[in-house]
Write a protein that binds this ligand. Structure first.
Ligand code: C2E
Ligand code: MG
Ligand code: MG
Ligand code: MG
Length: 291
């Protein structure tokens, strides 16, 4: 047996494993507390018209304000929340919060009633039997209309839950709640299912948008072109995510992409900053109406 520093790789692996497990366990415990102590906040990233830059809506993006570690990104804790089942109460909180916020803006700004709040939907949340019931409850409580809501689902969620999806769709349509397919092109990408599912919007993944710069990647241009053609022929609209340069914006616009989202226009904003964004939008549109 190894002694002192002379650990075998097997034992070293165990030490590291132990460390990782401890960290995960710690994070899991504090995730539980975070929910109780309301340490989560939502940021809102504007989605705008590629041509006029007019505000069309926001995507709600969750953050964890950890008392010691500061802001933790969803990439770090969403998977953990999924493993521990905490994803359901967390998702319900996110839904509630995003709807309350949107309802508040609708009450304060007339133009906000044409905006859509996009909410990322986790698979377990989507599968939960109370999914629709909870949405109805929240819409009633907040007095928000379904037409102000858009659910972002991924291709993998769709593929793994097609029956569930098809049974929910008429109910969502009845409430005028729209559906976006997020990170489109990175998942299973079976084009065959697209025509079977009434999806309103395809969100072109950032990885394709990245390739638009300096025309580095002709393949990405072709892929984006193809996605836009497919969307148009199926009566869907297109949002490009991760737009960072005006060159990308121009190319997307030329290719026929209606809407864009990314650091070029704005990073995800706190609710106060998002409110200012709406306000600025208002002054722009009212300026136009005077000329
Ligand atoms: P997503 O839904 O594809 O969200 C877009 C991500 O891209 C966000 O990262 C956003 O901050 C980032 N982003 C936006 N514009 C740009 C840009 O121009 N450049 C770059 N480099 N990045 C940009 P975030 O907020 O870290 O979220 C990451 C992922 O975590 C999301 O990807 C989504 O899958 C998940 N997520 C975020 N919030 C929620 C939530 O409330 N519920 C669930 N279930 N998942 C969430
Ligand atoms: Mg999203
Ligand atoms: Mg996305
Ligand atoms: Mg993405």
């Amino acid at each position: 047996r190894a002694k002192g520093n002379n650990l075998t790789s097997y034992e070293l692996f165990n030490v590291e494993m132990r460390q990782t497990m401890l960290e995960v366990f710690e994070l899991e415990t504090s995730l539980r507390q975070a929910l109780e102590q309301q340490q989560f906040i939502l940021h809102y990233q504007p989605i705008v018209s590629a041509t006029s830059l007019e505000l069309l809506g926001f995507e709600a993006l969750v953050r964890w304000v950890h008392p010691e570690k500061g802001l933790i990104s969803p990439g770090k804790f969403i998977p953990l929340a999924e493993e521990t089942g905490l994803i359901i109460p967390l998702s319900e909180w996110i839904f509630q919060e995003a709807c309350s916020q949107m309802a508040q803006w609708c009450a304060d700004f007339r133009m906000a009633s044409s905006l859509k709040m996009s909410i990322n939907i986790a698979a377990y949340h989507f599968q939960s039997p109370q999914f629709l019931e909870k949405i109805d409850q929240i819409l009633t409580e907040t007095q928000l209309l379904g037409k102000n809501l858009k659910l972002e689902i991924t291709e993998s969620l769709l593929i793994k839950n097609t029956d569930r999806f098809l049974s929910l769709v008429p109910q969502l349509q009845q409430r005028q709640i729209e559906i976006s397919l997020d990170d489109f092109g990175t998942g299973y990408s079976s084009l065959n299912y697209l025509k079977r599912f009434p999806i309103n919007t395809l969100k072109i993944d950032k990885s394709f948008v990245d390739g638009l710069d300096y025309q580095k990647n002709q393949a990405d241009v072709s892929i984006i072109e193809a996605i836009i053609h497919i969307a148009q022929s199926l009566g869907m609209d297109v949002v490009a995510e991760g737009v960072e340069t005006d060159r990308q914006r121009q190319q997307l616009q030329q290719l026929g992409c209606e809407a864009i989202q990314g650091y070029l226009m704005s990073p995800p904003l706190t609710s106060e900053k998002a409110r200012e964004f709406i306000n600025r939008q208002l002054s722009v549109t009212s300026d136009q109406s005077h000329t």
